[in-house]
Design a protein. Structure first.
Length: 138
C-alpha cells in the first residue's frame, strides 16, 4: 500500500480495514513493527508528515522487492478484495450465531492446551464433517 502512495500507520490500519470490509482491522502492534521492519530492511523510508506523524514511502529496493514478488502480492490483494464479498449483512442470524459459536469453541479448546494427536484428529474430523454437511446442504 505504501507502493501506491506514502501512508502513515493509522492510515494503513484504516485502509486495510476498509479493503477487508471491516472483517479485520490490524492493531498498532501489527502495523508499527511491520513498518519498522520495512525501514530496517530498506524497503520503506519515513518522513515527518502532517501532525508530526511518520509517513512511509517505498524505496527503490522496496519497488524491486514488489516487482520480484508481484505474483504473491497480487494473490494477497485478490484475497483482500474477496473479503468484502461475504458481508454479514447477507447472512442470516442463525448462521452467524453458529459461526461465532464454532470460533469460540475452538478458541476455548485451544486455550486449554493438551491437544494430543487423538484430540486434534477428532477436532479435524468434526470440522471436516461439518464442512461436508454444509456443502451438501446447498
Amino acid at each position: 500500500m505504501i507502493g501506491e502512495q506514502p501512508r502513515h500507520g493509522y492510515e494503513l490500519m484504516k485502509t486495510i480495514e476498509a479493503r477487508m470490509a471491516g472483517s479485520y482491522s490490524p492493531s498498532p502492534g501489527v502495523i508499527y513493527p511491520t513498518l519498522a521492519w520495512l525501514e530496517d530492511v530498506g524497503y520503506a523510508l519515513p518522513s515527518i508528515g502532517d501532525g508530526n506523524r511518520k509517513c512511509y514511502r517505498i524505496t527503490p529496493a522496496g519497488e524491486a522487492f514488489l516487482t520480484a514478488n508481484r505474483f504473491a502480492v497480487d494473490a494477497l490483494l485478490a484475497r483482500l478484495s474477496d473479503a468484502d464479498g461475504g458481508t454479514r449483512e447477507d447472512v442470516s442470524d442463525p448462521v452467524i450465531r453458529g459461526m461465532e459459536n464454532l470460533k469460540m469453541a475452538l478458541r476455548l479448546r485451544m486455550r486449554r492446551g493438551n491437544l494430543d494427536g487423538d484430540a486434534a484428529a477428532a477436532i479435524a474430523k468434526a470440522l471436516d464433517t461439518a464442512a461436508l454437511e454444509i456443502e451438501r446442504s446447498y
